[in-house]
Write a protein that binds this ligand. Structure first.
Ligand code: ASP
Length: 304
């Protein structure tokens, strides 16, 4: 990989993405060959926001490479409570680890933190901004199920605050895809993201209803309304529960439709969808381990 920090999917080229996905496939085929690859290396985990999948799969990935983790632990027990700045904390933790994974509620925090450290820093979600490693595992899952070129994808739900959506939209500009965005009017893609997509030459279509577009989709990527990002709870209530899919909805879909979700789901996908062949969201979550192993291996110089 050319870059040391992984801050935004906007900076990932097709070559970067394919390097990670190809390495992830190799690892998934023979994990034992990588089990001691980074023995002695430490990954620093700094999570200022809740996480299940990202934190656990990064930990599993590092341990499955033979390394270990040092975890800042819950924010309420860290020196953040004493008023320490993010810039100071990352500079300290840099001395304890070989790479850092940072999740923080403020958009732009990972970029800022990256300016203070020389070891690789991975953005594991900066507020409503970006979540590039989620996108890598999403692309891996898409590649496994539908292929990445000539793809018609629908991305539905909270397109305004959903960082996984923003990262995915940028990364897909590297491939031959037609992107359809489905959301209530108030949760459309932010203007800056739309602008960037336009600049990248991507033709996107926006919809408020799924119905008309569903039959043409290869992938439907469903997202949670990001309750925690709404400045006003009433605004959340106005849109909560607006987009839900179940097996009846999917009757109009192609038999090959892949349904994905970065998880956690609230009520966007009914549980009856889980047992259909469309449902790939648990496989998607599991792919977090080989994909993050691949990314860590490349960033920690596994080839040298
Ligand atoms: N787990 C994803 C994220 O951290 C998606 C979500 O929370 O809805 O962005």
């Amino acid at each position: 990989m050319r870059q040391d920090h992984i801050i935004s999917a906007k900076h990932l080229s097709r070559e970067d993405i394919e390097a990670v996905l190809d390495r992830a496939s190799t690892i998934a085929d023979d994990p034992a060959a990588y089990s001691q690859r980074h023995a002695g290396s430490l990954l620093g985990l700094m999570f200022y926001e809740p996480s299940t999948r990202t934190k656990m799969s990064f930990s599993a990935a590092m341990k499955r490479l033979g390394g270990d983790i040092v975890d800042m632990g819950p924010v309420e027990y860290s020196s953040v409570q004493k008023g320490e700045s993010l810039a100071d904390t990352v500079r300290v933790v840099e001395g304890y680890a070989d790479a850092l994974v940072l999740r923080h509620p403020s958009e732009g925090s990972a970029k800022m933190a990256g300016e203070f450290v020389d070891i690789p820093l991975i953005n594991a979600g900066d507020g409503a901004g970006q979540h590039p490693t989620q996108t890598l595992l999403d692309l891996y899952t898409i590649r496994e199920n539908a292929g990445l070129d000539d793809l018609t994808i629908g991305i539905m739900g909270d397109l305004k605050y959903g960082r996984t959506v923003h990262s995915m939209a940028y990364a897909l500009t590297n491939f031959e895809t037609s992107q359809h965005f489905i959301s209530p009017e108030s949760l459309k893609l932010p203007r800056n993201v739309r602008y960037d997509l336009h600049e990248a030459g991507s033709s996107i279509k926006e919809h408020t209803e799924l119905e008309a577009i569903l039959p043409s989709l290869d992938v439907l990527y469903v997202t949670r309304i990001q309750k925690e990002r709404f400045p006003d709870e009433n605004e959340y209530r106005e849109v909560a529960g607006e987009y839900q899919i179940d097996t009846d909805t999917l009757e109009a879909a192609s038999d090959d439709l892949t349904v994905m979700h970065p998880l956690p789901r609230v009520d966007e996908i009914a549980h009856d969808v889980d047992k259909t062949d469309h449902a790939k969201y648990f496989q998607q979550a599991h792919n977090g381990v080989p994909v993050r192993m691949a990314l860590l291996d490349l960033l920690l110089g596994g080839d040298q």
